[in-house]
Design a protein around this ligand. Structure first.
Ligand SMILES: NC(=O)c1ccc[n+]([C@@H]2O[C@H](COP(=O)([O-])OP(=O)(O)OC[C@H]3O[C@@H](n4cnc5c(N)ncnc54)[C@H](OP(=O)(O)O)[C@@H]3O)[C@@H](O)[C@H]2O)c1
Length: 257
């Protein structure tokens, strides 16, 4: 007999944060291609709208929503509520992708940067889940995908706080999978490796050097992360919850020399 841990329903609506660029944009496009109506969220209004409009041009369904997630929790809550309204009353998939990754010597990270890191990478996902998970639970199905990072489990010089925020995200995933699992919600961390995106375009040579000695040998592409997210929120992944899926070309788990 086949059993599934949760009542399975292929998702129809999704909110993807940070979808005006890079990995989030690829996820929004992939979920739209899978048939979801997607709330494309970003901070920059023009780029956010451009992604939503292009999804529509390609035959998908999308709305554009802007909000600065580093602002107070009320701004983040308002985004969640607006997304739910625009998506017809329910959000089946929440992808917590928006994130910032400033680095540098620990003593050089100023207070505003520390605040922005904590607010964007940890508090915003927490507020979004607190606002949207009860509705998913009421419907008996939902998906939360948190975008982590290979850096969460490796000590990297001049990158102390950012990986710590991603380690926090992995722990939130485990806790939310336990908290909401029996009400039909699966929660997964997808952890990218060094990925070529607009956010790190000015460090392309660093990315090349970082990935040269990995099994993949090159940076990850955003679409590779997006395809994994698409699979994670499908019924094909019915027993996948609570853990971390590395999409990193082996950077976190291997040494070739
Ligand atoms: N690239 C990598 O190598 C890598 C590796 C591991 C994990 N990750 C994680 O993957 C996620 C996406 O990274 P990426 O490289 O695709 O980044 P990116 O190209 O810089 O895009 C970041 C996205 O997040 C949004 N964002 C940032 N701060 C925001 C804020 N305060 N309020 C609202 N939106 C905000 C940006 O919006 P606007 O552009 O509209 O401002 C943009 O849509 C992040 O969580 C990052 O930590 C990336």
């Amino acid at each position: 007999m086949t059993t599934t841990p949760t009542a399975q329903t292929e998702p129809r609506t999704a909110l993807v944060t940070g979808a005006s660029s890079g990995i989030g944009e690829a996820i929004a496009r992939e979920l739209a291609a899978a048939g979801c109506t997607v709330a494309v969220h970003g901070r920059d209004e023009q780029r956010t709208r451009a992604v939503a409009e292009d999804i529509e041009r390609q035959g998908g369904r999308a709305v554009a929503l802007t909000a600065d997630l580093s602002q107070g929790p009320d701004v983040v809550r308002a985004l969640a509520i607006e997304a739910r309204t625009q998506l017809g009353g329910h959000v089946d998939v929440l992808v917590n992708n928006a994130g910032v990754y400033p680095g540098g010597p620990t003593e050089s990270l100023d207070d505003d940067t520390v605040d922005a890191l904590l607010a964007t990478n940890i508090r915003a996902p927490h507020v979004l889940v607190a606002t949207l998970a009860p509705g998913m639970a009421e419907r008996g199905s939902g998906h939360i995908v948190n975008i982590g990072s290979w850096m969460a489990r490796v000590g990297v010089p001049f990158m102390a706080l950012y990986p710590a925020t991603k380690a926090a995200v992995e722990q939130l995933t485990r806790a939310w999978a336990a908290e909401y699992g029996h009400r039909g919600i699966r929660v997964v961390t997808v952890a990218p490796g060094a990925t070529a995106t607009p956010g790190n375009a000015d460090s392309a040579d660093v990315l090349t050097a970082m990935t040269k000695g990995t099994p993949a040998g090159t940076p990850v592409q955003p679409v590779d992360i997006a395809r994994t997210v698409r699979w994670v929120v499908s019924d094909q992944a019915a027993f996948v919850t609570g853990g971390t899926i590395d999409v990193d070309g082996g950077i976190a788990s291997t040494r070739l020399s």
